[in-house]
Design a protein around this ligand. Structure first.
Ligand code: ARG
Length: 455
């Protein structure tokens, strides 16, 4: 493979440790695209003849067909996807295949392929997130008025609507999409033509190859072009944050679907049984989405550790970049698809949500606010009054609106019948009209905003 300088082949253990073909065969499409662009440029600059250029293009088409048909034989002794394709090209079209590698190195070749792959992965992540947003939006649309407890410290805090809760995640996933969009923008420059590390003495046209591959421009510095993997790290960081956000929604699903909460029901299609406990309906997919977060973070940490301290430019350490990115992409895309499907599948259980709300005195803040507004007391004092009334209700085992006016007046004689208007769950939710608040009118505004964005 290496020509004149080598007399004996590699040691057996080298055949074990060096090949990357088992995983980098996933770059075949990108590698072919890069080779086509490079070949066309070589021919139009007169670096190779037109006929040779055409022969190589035909050969690449034949290789592509074999890969598509599954008849291409990937060989570990040919190390990686680049040498596998080049070698097959030579079998198909003869020695002219050897002209393709003029003014190119595997170093700029691999990172060109990889940038193209990660660029497409950013687009897929964006799509997956958009699909999940749409599923959440569908739930929000049906439940702008459905009251559920909002929690802080996992204690019932204030009533909110299920629609509001779903839209909180739509916002989060919107920011995740923004991170992939940014990563895509920054990575979209072409390293092709940097050759081994220093550029080349051939009169290549890097603008032409960059343009042919959909890159905005060629990278300015050949050494940076070969060395840089921060684009992959940025993609992995975006994957990690998205996976972390996703794990929170997964956590909610797990919690919401336990019989103790019962806020949502997943259909049979999205639950699994237990081998011993016949009553069980486990939300396995949600748990797996939550569990897989660790893998994605692990992928980021692994690649960051590979790149750390690595001097310029290429070191074979960098061959370790691809599996981490492939794993994160596969994991995230699967998780997004599973979550989108579960969010579309689940049925909210408004009665259960309401019952949980009622058990927690969630309108105590409304009571305190009323005392401030109507009785003109300082909030701290009002907080104390409302607290005493909650204690009373707790002792009697009733909700706040089931206390009598006399009960209330025993705590503060100035309280009037008016107070009961703010104690219902509906009144509480409807009153949260501040920008971004949970009032159904506000939730509908958010919905309209997202409908517009996601159309
Ligand atoms: N398989 C290698 C990788 O994944 C391709 C580049 C090899 N370059 C080299 N000089 N050995 O990084």
């Amino acid at each position: 493979m290496w020509g004149g300088r080598f007399q004996s082949g590699p040691a057996d253990i080298m055949r074990e440790i060096t090949p990357s073909i088992d995983f980098d065969k996933r770059l075949a499409g990108e590698d072919l695209a890069g080779s086509r662009a490079h070949c066309r440029m070589l021919a139009s600059e007169g670096i190779i003849s037109k006929e040779d250029g055409l022969a190589i293009q035909d050969g690449l088409t034949a290789v592509e067909k074999e890969i598509k048909d599954g008849t291409f034989v990937f060989k570990r002794e040919l190390e990686d996807i680049h040498l596998n394709i080049e070698s097959r090209l030579a079998e198909l079209i003869g020695p002219v295949a050897g002209r393709l590698h003029t003014a190119r190195s595997r170093n700029d070749q691999v990172v060109t392929d990889f940038r193209l792959w990660v660029r497409a992965a950013c687009e897929r992540a964006d799509q997956g997130l958009a699909t999940l947003q749409l599923a959440l939006l569908g739930q929000a649309e049906n439940h702008t008025d459905t009251i559920m407890p909002g929690f802080t410290h996992m204690q019932v805090a204030q009533p909110v609507t299920f629609g509001h809760h779903c839209l909180a995640y739509v916002e989060m996933f919107g920011r995740d999409r923004g991170r992939f969009e940014d990563a895509r923008k920054r990575l979209n420059e072409s390293p092709l033509g940097a050759a081994a590390l220093a550029g080349t003495s051939f009169p290549i046209d890097r603008d032409a190859t960059a343009k042919a591959l959909g890159f905005i421009r060629p990278m300015r510095n050949s050494m940076d072009a070969i060395s840089a993997r921060d684009f992959a790290l940025e993609y992995l960081a975006a994957c990690t944050i998205a996976a972390v956000n996703l794990s929170r929604l997964a956590g909610e699903l797990v919690q919401w679907s336990t019989p103790a909460f019962g806020f949502v029901k997943l259909s049979d299609a999205f639950t699994t049984g237990s081998s011993i406990m016949p009553q069980k309906r486990n939300p396995d997919a949600a748990e797996l989405v939550r569990g897989k977060t660790g893998r994605v973070l692990g992928d980021f940490v692994a690649l960051a550790t590979v790149v750390k301290g690595l001097v310029l430019t290429y070191g074979t350490d960098l061959q370790e970049d691809k599996e981490r990115v492939f794993d994160a992409a596969d994991t995230l895309e699967l998780s997004l698809a599973a979550m989108a499907a579960m969010m579309a599948d689940l049925t909210a259980q408004p009665d259960k949500m309401r019952a949980a709300c009622e058990a927690g005195f969630p309108t105590a803040t409304d009571l305190a606010d009323w005392v401030v507004r109507v009785l003109k007391k300082p909030f701290r004092e009002a907080h104390h009054i409302a607290g005493s009334i909650v204690k009373l209700a707790e002792d009697r085992n009733v909700t706040l609106d089931k206390l009598t006016l006399a009960d209330m007046q025993a705590v503060d004689p100035a309280i009037t019948q008016e107070v009961f208007k703010v104690l219902s769950l509906e009144a509480s939710v409807n009153s949260r009209m501040s920008l971004g608040g949970t009032a159904p009118a506000r939730v509908k505004e958010q919905l309209n905003h997202w409908r517009g964005v996601l159309k």
